[in-house]
Design a protein around this ligand. Sequence first.
Ligand SMILES: [Zn+2]
Length: 226
Amino acid sequence: MQQLIDGYARFRSNVFPQHSKLFERLAKGQEPQALFICCSDSRVVPEMVMQCDPGVLFPSRSVGNLVPPPTETSSGVAATIEYAVRVLKVPDVIVCGHSDCGAMKGILENEKLELLPAVRSYLEHAGPSSKWLTRLLKGATSMSFEQKLQLLTEANVIAQVQNLRVHPAVDEALKKNSVRVHGWVYDIGSGGIEQFDPAQGCFRPLLESQAGAAVSTSTEQERKIA
Ligand SMILES: [Zn+2]
């Protein structure tokens, strides 16, 4: 805990004064560029990876970056999606899975969830695609656990993107072409992000799929409040 208090002290004495103009602007409102749906995992820090200031990403974090189907209106994720798309009008929604995800491991090793009824219940939202894939993978003896985990992580992102697209707010925005939906997987060990390419039916490096677009490496983009 002391580490957190010390960090807050540094924030108050150094970081906040250096960025006072930013916080002055943020105090009046927000206009985030994307709803970022990712896992609660402590090693996944979207603001650091995307190098963005407060106010840029509207995060929704839950175990396994799951998006419950729209029939479950009481979920916090559904409320976050609705608010981000209808009120904040974010132009992009990203579902971002990650390597070494405890939730995905839990699905593969179901017996480890016995003491975690809330997690197990929530993981039901991993959806039919993931359940189908999980059953398929359990019989795939030639695949290593790591290979199965990666495939399940990717399948889960695709399943959650499908759930996301049928949420009423997202469905409306998609029909008006006012929102784009993306499925990503972040690799903690390498820092790499792969994006699902629906046309090719595979995940491809995010920067490769941006080929042709200028990738800025300016100091403006590299800055980070830390
Ligand atoms: Zn995770």
